[in-house]
Write a protein that binds this ligand. Structure first.
Ligand SMILES: C[S@@+](CC[C@H](N)C(=O)[O-])C[C@H]1O[C@@H](n2cnc3c(N)ncnc32)[C@H](O)[C@@H]1O
Length: 226
C-alpha cells in the first residue's frame, strides 16, 4: 500500500484526530509574523480539511491547499458549506483543482511531491502544521526543496513541529519527532529561524498521552527566506 493509500484509509476509518474544529491557536497568535504582505498568497501543504484555510481567505488572503485524499477535500467544502468548481490541472495527470466561488480558496488534489510553481505560482507565506511532521523522514529534504522552490524571496514559513523521545514509541510516527538539529539541517542555510514557542503540551494532549510518551514539546518557528 502506498503512503497516500494509507492516509486515505485513515480518512475512511475516521483516524483524523489531527483535525481541529477551530482555527489553530498558534496561527492566530503568530499571524503577524507570517502575514507580512497584505494580501499574501498562502500555501498550506498537506492541508487536510483545516479551517485555517477558510480563516486565511476571510482575512483577505489567497490560500492554496494541497491534499492527496479526495475525502478530505470533499469534507472541507461540504462542512464549510462552500460551493466549489472542480477542474483538471493541465500538466499534472490525475490531479484535480477545487476552487471556491471567489477563487480565494484553491485546493489541489495531488501528491504534494508532484506540486510545483509551474501551475500554482509562488507564495509569500507557508503554514506548515501537521505537514513536515507527517511525511516520512526520508522525504524531508525533497519536501524542503519543494517549499524553497515555491517561496518568493523574503517569503516566510510558520511551522509547528513536535519533539519527544522517539525511543518511547513504536512506530516512530506520524507525527514524527522533529528536533532542532533536523530543522537546522533542512532550513538553516537558507532561512533565518526564530523559535516562537517551545511548550510541553503533554498534559493537555490526549493523543500524545495515549502513545505513552512522558513529554512532548510543541515548537513553533517562523523561518524567513534570506
Ligand atoms: C497530519 S494531517 C494534517 C492536516 C492539516 N494540515 C491539519 O492541520 O489539519 C496530514 C494530511 O496530509 C495528507 N497527506 C499525507 N501525505 C500526503 C502527500 N504526499 N501529498 C498530499 N497530501 C498528503 C493526509 O491525507 C492528511 O490529510
Amino acid at each position: 500500500m502506498s503512503r497516500l493509500e494509507r492516509w486515505s484509509e485513515g480518512w475512511a476509518e475516521g483516524r483524523t484526530s489531527f483535525h481541529r474544529t477551530y482555527v489553530h491557536k498558534s496561527l492566530l497568535e503568530f499571524q503577524s509574523k507570517l502575514l507580512v504582505k497584505k494580501p499574501s498568497r498562502v500555501l498550506v501543504p498537506l492541508c487536510g480539511k483545516t479551517l485555517d484555510m477558510r480563516w486565511f481567505a476571510e482575512e483577505g488572503h489567497e490560500v492554496v491547499g494541497v491534499e492527496g485524499v479526495l475525502q478530505a477535500v470533499m469534507e472541507f467544502f461540504q462542512e464549510q458549506e462552500l460551493p466549489y468548481k472542480e477542474s483538471d490541472v493541465p500538466g499534472l495527470k490525475g490531479a484535480k483543482l477545487f476552487e471556491n466561488e471567489d477563487k480565494k480558496i484553491k485546493i489541489y488534489l495531488c501528491d504534494f511531491f508532484q506540486f510545483s510553481k509551474d501551475f500554482a505560482g509562488q507564495f509569500d507565506a507557508i503554514w506548515d502544521r501537521g505537514s513536515l511532521v507527517a511525511i516520512d523522514p526520508s522525504l524531508r529534504q525533497q519536501y524542503t526543496d519543494l517549499l524553497l522552490s515555491v517561496l518568493s524571496p523574503g517569503g516566510r514559513i510558520l511551522n509547528e513541529v513536535f519533539e519527544y523521545n522517539p525511543e518511547e514509541r513504536e512506530p516512530k510516527g506520524p507525527p514524527h519527532c522533529v528536533p532542532e538539529e533536523v530543522i537546522q539541517k533542512l532550513f538553516g542555510e537558507r532561512f533565518s529561524i526564530q523559535l516562537l514557542a517551545n511548550v510541553d503540551i503533554l498534559e493537555h494532549n490526549q493523543f500524545f498521552k495515549d502513545l505513552g510518551l512522558t513529554w512532548t514539546k510543541q515548537n513553533i518557528r517562523i523561518m524567513t527566506l534570506q
